[in-house]
Design a protein around this ligand. Structure first.
Ligand SMILES: [Zn+2]
Length: 232
């Protein structure tokens, strides 16, 4: 039969994969994001740089072995579309493959060799139920795969259902998040070098609060990595 079929055409348009950033239909070989948008990603290129911007910032606040973010984050550009596609649309495949890209970079830098386990920044239980997934877990899983390590989600937890962070200033943000994470079953991380993983790091307040919560565990060491860094 073939020929004109409005329903079939509509199905094709709706089901065909589109670029998460510009919305254009993807061509063969493209996944989740088109080549043009991919070229606009601004990698920090700092995984192998000791004393990089993020690392220096965190070292002023916590005991941190190494830190690195994969790309710079800016509102409205391709980085925001990538983060949103994983965070709000739950694009697990994309998150996993971005995680692997990050993990590969960390591995090749040689600065994260001592890491034993990846700990994603947890969502509050209620938010996790609402969303159905944790974007930092999805990404962190890809990172862990590439490092040949496990993901540990049973220790660090979020105590409070915190208000949206976006509209608050830096000072307020720190105050709001301070003490909002806890640790249980600490023995699981005893003596381990933990890679804390977040999707986006802005002031660093969240990962700092996470590191504070893990501080009581004997012999624990902390490194930090993220998909995006908004502080640069
Ligand atoms: Zn695109």
């Amino acid at each position: 039969m073939g020929g004109f079929s409005p329903i079939k055409d509509l199905m094709y348009v709706l089901l065909a994969p589109h670029c998460c950033a510009c919305g254009r239909q993807l061509i063969a070989g493209e996944h989740d994001i088109c080549y043009d948008c991919l070229k606009k990603v601004r990698p920090t290129g700092q995984a192998d740089v000791e004393g990089n911007d993020l690392e220096l910032r965190l070292k002023q606040l916590i005991a941190c072995e190494s830190a690195a973010a994969y790309m710079f984050f800016r509102k409205g550009d391709v980085s925001q579309h990538i983060v949103h596609d994983i965070k709000y649309y739950g694009n697990e495949r994309f998150g996993r493959s971005m995680g692997r890209v990050i993990g590969r970079e960390l591995r090749e830098s040689g600065r994260f060799e001592g890491v034993d386990v990846v700990v994603p920044v947890p969502l509050h239980f209620v938010k996790f139920l609402q969303r159905g997934y944790n974007q930092s877990f999805i990404l962190g899983k890809g990172v862990a795969e590439e490092l040949g390590k496990k993901v540990e989600t049973g220790v660090l937890y979020r105590k409070y259902y915190t208000m949206a962070q976006a509209r608050k200033g830096h000072g307020e943000r720190h105050k709001n998040i301070e003490g909002s994470f806890g640790a249980r079953h600490g023995e699981r991380l005893k003596g381990k070098h933990v890679l804390l993983f977040d999707d986006v790091i802005t002031t660093g307040a969240t990962v700092v609060a996470c590191a504070e919560a893990l501080k009581g565990i004997e012999g624990v060491k902390v490194s930090v990595a993220s998909l995006a860094y908004a502080g640069g």
